[in-house]
Ligand binder design. Structure first.
Ligand SMILES: [Zn+2]
Length: 89
């Protein structure tokens, strides 16, 4: 097989939103979210309009719309707070 670096393009994207999981249609205008420690040394959440190259990125979350984006943002903020609390703040 000639697939580069084992990345298998997956045309079926499922929304990462809690209790959502809808499949992306060809014409749906989705969003991509991902988190990174980036250049600031703190957790940063990114939100970008759909892009096929970003979609296959490791850690990319596929999001069907504003509702699910807000839920994921809420999760992210909760996790950050939990981690800060655990560090003994
Ligand atoms: Zn969704």
């Amino acid at each position: 097989m000639a697939t580069a670096r084992g990345i298998i393009p997956n045309p079926y994207y499922r929304c990462a939103g809690p209790n959502c999981g809808v499949l992306k249609g060809a014409s749906d205008r989705w969003w991509i979210m991902w988190t990174s420690f980036g250049e600031y040394g703190v957790p940063v959440m990114y939100l970008a309009p759909w892009d096929e190259e970003l979609a296959v990125h490791e850690g990319a979350l596929h999001v069907c719309g504003e509702n699910c984006a807000q839920k994921l943002q809420s999760h992210f903020m909760g996790n950050v707070r939990d981690n800060q609390d655990r560090k003994g703040g």
